[in-house]
Design a protein around this ligand. Structure first.
Ligand SMILES: Nc1ncnc2c1ncn2[C@@H]1O[C@H](COP(=O)(O)OP(=O)(O)OP(=O)(O)O)[C@@H](O)[C@H]1O
Length: 241
């Protein structure tokens, strides 16, 4: 991302934002209204921007790159089964039936994300946690170059959220993909990310996650976790309060 600028009604929202994303999870944090969703919309090409967005040294384009978005409301197709919701996007993209390898990938996704038992149900027949996992499976099924998560875990209660985090990480480890995770939840940012992109005053500052040296599965119980969370919360309050 080089000098990305977005203005709405002549008001700058993001100004000269420059950062890169490698094969890692970057958590995008910042106060409400700072421009987190705007950043995702700019990356998706939905709003006009100036500057260049690059991914792995190549200018980002929906023609050459595959982007997958998991929105907060999941955006599932209510008239399609779970299996179809997951398989449809890759199928449409290549205008024909899934290859055996892709079908195997979809099956693997349903197994890892615990969806095999509900494959033939419709979204309206699922719990919120199951719907969220279908949305994650659908995004991974595209084999994206960049995965965008916009508050994708925030509708879940704390217990379901912890399960969803674990399943997401299990899938991510099998299929590592450059990921931008927009979240209000600093715990989630510390648990899942490799780096933090802190947005403020139209600018962004990329930082290593202070827990980056600790395996993601061990962070929640590590003695540094709560001190680092308190530090980040304090900084967020000081900076954004
Ligand atoms: N279509 C639009 N036209 C004009 N202004 C907009 C438009 N969409 C968003 N904005 C403004 O741009 C700013 C950034 O909005 P955005 O939704 O990106 O913030 P956010 O950081 O994602 O907020 P939240 O954490 O509350 O979801 C806000 O001030 C918002 O009012």
């Amino acid at each position: 991302m080089q000098a990305l600028t977005v203005t709405y009604d002549q008001q700058p929202i993001l100004s000269q934002l420059t950062f890169d994303v490698q094969q890692e999870i970057v958590a995008v944090i910042g106060p409400s209204g700072v421009g987190k969703t705007t950043l995702l919309r700019a990356i998706l090409g939905l709003i006009p921007t100036s500057g260049t967005i690059t991914l792995n040294q190549t200018p980002l384009s929906t023609k050459t790159h595959t982007l997958a978005l998991v929105p907060q409301d999941y955006g599932l197709l209510p008239w399609q089964t779970v299996a179809r919701n997951i398989a449809l996007a890759p199928q449409i993209r290549q205008h024909h039936k899934l290859s055996p390898a892709q079908q195997e990938h979809v099956t693997q996704l349903m197994t890892t994300l615990g969806l095999t038992q509900v494959a033939q149900r419709f979204p309206g027949q699922l719990s919120g946690g199951q719907q969220q996992r279908v949305a994650l499976a659908r995004a991974f099924a595209l084999i994206p170059d960049l995965l965008l998560l916009d508050e994708a875990f925030s509708a879940l209660d704390p217990v379901l959220k912890q399960t969803a985090h674990t399943l997401f990480l299990q899938q991510w480890q099998q299929q590592p993909v450059s990921t931008l995770l927009v979240t209000h939840d600093l715990t989630e940012a510390l648990l899942l990310s490799d780096r933090l992109l802190i947005l403020r005053d139209h600018h962004g500052e990329m930082r290593p996650n202070p827990l980056a040296g600790i395996a993601k599965t061990d962070r929640r119980t590590h003695p540094d976790f709560y001190p680092q969370l308190a530090r980040l919360e304090q900084e967020v309050q000081l900076t954004f309060g």
